[in-house]
Design a protein. Structure first.
Length: 102
């Protein structure tokens, strides 16, 4: 029998730690047409996107250094920052996959 070729796995980089991972392993954030930054759980919303690891350390780094605002090409309001920080608080402190620390 002929062997099936391996499927291509799309890769994306975390904007905080710059680690390349499978697209499905990262969390996508999007700046929508209304200019608001939010988590894109399905990865299909229209707008400019950025990817972060599923670790609290990467989220905190992206929010504190301004990397998220630069990646989305938008100024994040205090309400948006608070919403994203609340989401980050629900994430694991460190993942077994690494990449949260540089």
């Amino acid at each position: 029998m002929a062997q099936r070729p391996e499927r291509h796995v799309p890769q994306r980089s975390c904007i905080a730690c710059r680690t390349a991972r499978a697209k499905r392993a990262l969390i996508r954030l999007v700046r929508g047409p209304d200019g608001a930054a939010r988590v894109d759980a399905q990865g299909r919303e229209a707008g400019r996107g950025a990817y972060l690891c599923a670790t609290r350390a990467c989220w905190e780094r992206a929010l504190s250094t301004g990397a998220l605002g630069r990646a989305l090409r938008a100024e994040l309001s205090t309400d948006q920052r608070a919403t994203l920080k609340a989401y980050a608080a629900t994430l694991e402190a460190a993942s077994s996959g690494g990449g949260g620390e540089r």
